[in-house]
Design a protein around this ligand. Structure first.
Ligand SMILES: [Zn+2]
Ligand SMILES: [Zn+2]
Length: 696
């Protein structure tokens, strides 16, 4: 695959001209420069160079070579900045792909991938031409363990799985393995084996983790064995340290890189393996430009470098599991701990059966909390707060008004005159708020949405003598407070901890015997086609907080929709059931992975200006529709355009649903630059998000 990058020219013809992306200006354009004779041997793809540009000297990155150029009066490249190129040819190709796929400029993604460099650092830790370090001698324990007598079926399974994966690593070909396993330490065992194998072959490995806490957990385990052979890119790393680590990588002084999403760009020459831990995590998606998803980029990098990729998760993303079913990925299941399941009770409470409709806590949950307190155990009450817009729900039958076209819940909004209305966040459809349930005719239909504060006051009234703390973003002013609340809880001084996703970080669940999920519905009904998937993943993670189970523990899930497939799958811990139901829905409604979604947002301070630009964009898209070279697509949100007020800005959002993304993007990019510079600026901003993770 050439990808439009002319790197092979030096094998066949003369390296006369370089194609350069200018790093200090935001153009989505490639410029041609002459390569002076004395630089010819040293210049390569990924080299940073200084070049004259519009009367100034600036920095660019070499992305291709040409034997001929039709541009007249080309200027010379002045200098090469780094002794060894800061990026490898493969990473250059990868960034080119990202720029096309995610509709962002090549300059943007190059600047994102390359660590910021000060001139003063260049000589200090420049890349030397030292010969690559020999792969270290590795313990042979993986050999000896093959001769062990095998006892349990679980171990047999683990062995076959390891053999499978090792074969894939031996083949040194592009292949994706999806490991589905609920036990981190078993997954870790596989990672270690695979990394050892890769290093033994003289190749290198990238390991990605979604969050800082997962990263430090992985780092701790990997450092035991590979301390001098690895670099870790944690959240707090500064640009200088990052640059130093890149130099180590370029010098082949280390062979393993561990980091969060942006570490997918590290410039290993002999990359042999990529591991993506918790591949389903939405944090692999960069929410600012360039809005790439590191899991997808890892997949592309593995393909470009022709190497194996390991994705792993307890609750794989629907996209990845769909790829297993399409035979693109190989699935390996690694579930352990039946004993654990026997000690863990999962109870679903049907809130429509509760007598008092206004209470947040069901009778059963109240009883369970009392029992825990009596047994001197601790309780965690989990409430999702992410859905900032609420929705209507019938407390008699659990019915929730949904958009007939998009199947996502209609959001409950008060307009400027405080009149309530229901709006679909996907397509803009509006509906009147009714006071009668369309399904059962009951009048018990009202907006649902509650905060941790309200929950805290209700719990305090119920359990007057218990020590109760709240852990959410609102209740915390300083990091110190956060640490103090955690410490108090982990020392056993707190009886009941109320919190949002934050409880998943740093809370010690050893003495906890009850987790109460207050309202699965607030998650299930986010205006997002992924709400079911997100609910299943998040609540599975909440349940998995019980790592070691040596005494009976219980999870209680309160919901108005106990028959929802996500809730049923949670109760049964049945991923396959969840996936089958979910993929049917996606197919029926033409959602990913059957299509791609592009989220287009326009933001600006003036209502009219935003509206005007939105109309312009719609006409641009309608013009594209007539372009024979473009792909067929659906445009949602344009007919009934909704202008939202978000903080100080007005906001318009459209969704494009398209099957052939590549074709669509090519057509879209043709006049995109012109449109962007003519109609959008700092005041009226346009953002484009391909395969968005958040729908609003
Ligand atoms: Zn809709
Ligand atoms: Zn009803």
């Amino acid at each position: 695959m050439n990808n439009g990058i002319n790197e092979f020219i030096n094998m066949h013809g003369e390296k006369k001209y370089a194609e350069i992306v200018i790093l200090e200006y935001n153009f989505d354009k490639i410029f041609h420069y002459c390569i002076p004779q004395d630089l010819k041997d040293r210049i390569s793809l990924g080299s940073r160079v200084t070049i004259p540009f519009r009367g100034k000297v600036t920095t660019g990155c070499v992305v291709g070579f040409l034997a001929e150029s039709d541009v007249k009066n080309l200027k010379d490249i002045r200098q090469i900045t780094d002794r060894k190129p800061i990026l490898t040819p493969q990473v250059i190709r990868l960034t080119k792909w990202i720029s096309n796929y995610y509709l962002c400029s090549w300059e943007k993604i190059l600047n994102y991938a390359i660590p910021k460099t000060r001139r003063a650092w260049l000589n200090k830790f420049d890349i030397t031409d030292i010969s690559p370090q020999k792969p270290p001698r590795l313990p042979e324990d993986d050999k000896s363990s093959d001769n062990e007598i095998i006892f349990s079926a679980e171990e047999v399974k683990e062995k076959t799985l390891l053999k499978d994966i090792e074969n894939i690593i031996n083949n040194k070909k592009f292949k994706t393995v999806l490991i589905r396993g609920n036990d981190f330490s078993s997954r870790m065992k596989i990672y270690l084996r695979c990394i050892r194998k890769t290093l033994k072959e003289g190749r290198q490995a990238i390991v990605l983790a979604p969050t800082e806490s997962h990263l430090s957990e992985l780092a701790g385990l990997l450092e035991k064995e590979f301390k001098d052979n690895m670099v870790v890119f944690d959240e707090k790393i500064d640009q200088k340290a990052k640059y130093q680590k890149w130099i180590k990588i370029r010098n082949s002084q280390v062979n393993i890189a561990l980091g969060m999403r942006s570490s997918i760009f590290v410039p290993f020459d002999r990359l042999g393996l990529i591991i993506v831990e918790r591949e389903h995590s939405s944090l692999y998606k960069e929410e600012r430009s360039p809005r790439y998803n590191a899991r997808e980029v890892a997949l592309k990098r593995a393909e470009l470098e022709n190497i194996p990729l390991i994705l792993s998760s307890e609750t794989p993303s629907v996209e990845s599991y769909w790829n297993v079913h399409e035979n693109n990925f190989l699935e390996e299941e690694l579930n352990t701990g039946e004993e654990r399941e026997n000690l863990l009770k999962k109870t679903i409470i049907d809130m429509t059966q509760e007598k008092s409709k206004k209470k947040i806590i069901s009778y059963e949950l109240q009883q369970a909390i009392s029992r825990s307190l009596k047994n001197k155990r601790q309780v965690v009450l989990f409430l999702n707060k992410r859905g900032f817009s609420s929705f209507m729900i019938c407390s008699q039958c659990g019915h929730i008004p949904k958009c007939p076209d998009c199947n996502t819940s209609l959001s409950y909004h008060l307009d400027i005159q405080k009149r309530a209305q229901l709006i679909c966040h996907n397509c803009g459809k509006r509906a009147k708020v009714t006071d009668v349930c369309a399904k059962c005719g009951s009048k018990e239909i009202r907006p649902l949405g509650m905060g941790t504060q309200k929950l805290e006051s209700e719990i305090k009234k119920m359990f007057t003598r218990a020590e109760i703390r709240r852990l959410d973003r609102d209740s915390l002013i300083k990091d110190d407070d956060y640490r103090q609340i955690l410490e108090e809880f982990n020392q056993g001084n707190t009886d009941i901890l109320i919190g949002t996703q934050m409880v998943l970080k740093g809370v010690d669940f050893n003495n906890v015997d009850l987790i109460g999920i207050i309202s699965a519905d607030t998650l299930l009904n986010l205006p997002d086609y992924r709400s079911g998937e997100k609910t299943f993943q998040l609540l599975s993670e909440v349940i998995s907080s019980f790592r070691e189970i040596s005494f009976p523990k219980e999870v209680i899930i309160q919901t108005f929709n106990p028959e929802d497939h996500c809730i049923v799958a949670l109760r049964e811990q049945d991923y396959n059931y969840f996936y089958q139901k979910e993929i049917e829905l996606r197919k029926e409604l033409d959602y990913p992975p059957f299509t791609h979604i592009i989220k287009i947002v326009i933001l600006g301070e003036e209502k009219e200006a935003v509206k005007q630009r939105a109309e312009y964009l719609i006409s641009y898209l309608e013009f594209l529709r007539k372009d024979k070279e473009s792909a067929e697509f659906k445009l949602l949100g344009a007919v009934d355009m909704v202008l939202w007020k978000s903080r100080n800005d007005f906001k318009v959002q459209f969704l494009v649903k398209v099957k052939d993304l590549e074709k669509f993007n090519q057509a879209f990019k043709k006049k995109y630059d012109k449109m962007l510079s003519k109609h959008f600026d700092q005041k009226n901003r346009l953002t484009i998000d391909v395969d968005p993770v958040r729908m609003i």
